[in-house]
Design a protein around this ligand. Structure first.
Ligand SMILES: [Zn+2]
Ligand SMILES: [Zn+2]
Length: 93
């Protein structure tokens, strides 16, 4: 708990990183530009690091592409969604 960023955001802003990222970067995919099925990606894969420079707005397709080599074993076989990261992103903003 020595990470000042974690302490700053705990209980205050950690649930709002999606809104923060979308407000800052805009509500469209950073890679292909569409504005549907948007998710917020953690560039360093650390979901406790919600600094803006660690966040990236991606659509579901681009986000899947980003992680396709990482979480193969943890994808839901029915939906194809990743089970280990960013579950909250199923909620559309
Ligand atoms: Zn995209
Ligand atoms: Zn991600």
């Amino acid at each position: 708990m020595f990470d000042y960023r974690f302490n700053n955001y705990k209980g205050i802003d950690v649930k709002h990183y999606r809104k923060k990222a979308l407000r800052y970067y805009g509500d469209s995919c950073n890679r292909c530009g569409i504005n549907e099925n948007l998710q917020v990606h953690h560039k360093d894969r650390n979901r406790s690091n919600n600094e803006l420079d660690n966040l990236e707005v991606l659509c579901y397709d681009c986000h899947s592409e980003e992680h396709k080599n990482e979480f193969k074993r943890e994808r839901c076989p029915e939906t194809g969604r990743f089970l280990s990261e960013e579950k909250e992103s199923d909620v559309h903003v």
